[in-house]
Design a protein around this ligand. Structure first.
Ligand code: 5GP
Ligand code: ZN
Length: 112
């Protein structure tokens, strides 16, 4: 399958990597929307939130554990936002589930 984030997660394409284990990879977004902006993706291809099910949801829980660990390491003490865009209206551009972690400035709510 020709999937950008499958290739980045497998190390077949370069990225500014922050964390990696057997299941997931975290790397900085190429077009940051905040002073801190990284993405966490599963190595397994899951297209969107709509594809989360009982067979793969432990992987999603693991992603949140990794996010909590990285937030502590990066000292995001003032807070951060986790975003997973799903589908056309959300602005999802890459069809491999990913979790944006944004921090380092006051984040407006509601988002645009
Ligand atoms: P989405 O719009 O699907 O929620 O988020 C996709 C994100 O991936 C965007 O923030 C975009 O900047 C980022 N992105 C797209 N291509 C690359 C790439 O090749 N490398 C990295 N590090 N980020 C990318
Ligand atoms: Zn993929």
């Amino acid at each position: 399958m020709d999937c950008l984030f499958c290739k980045i997660a497998a190390g077949q394409l370069p990225s500014n990597s922050l964390y990696e284990d057997d299941l997931v990879k975290a790397f900085y977004d190429i077009n940051p929307g905040a002073p801190v902006h990284f993405l966490v993706v599963p190595k397994q291809h899951i297209a969107t939130i709509n594809d989360i099910n009982a067979g793969n949801s432990a992987l999603i829980a693991h992603i949140y554990e990794v996010i909590a660990k990285l937030a502590a390491q990066l000292k995001l003490d003032k807070g951060y936002r986790v975003v997973s865009n799903c589908g056309e209206d959300s602005g999802q551009t890459v069809g491999h589930i990913h979790f944006h972690v944004l921090a380092g400035r006051l984040l407006a709510w509601p988002p645009g």
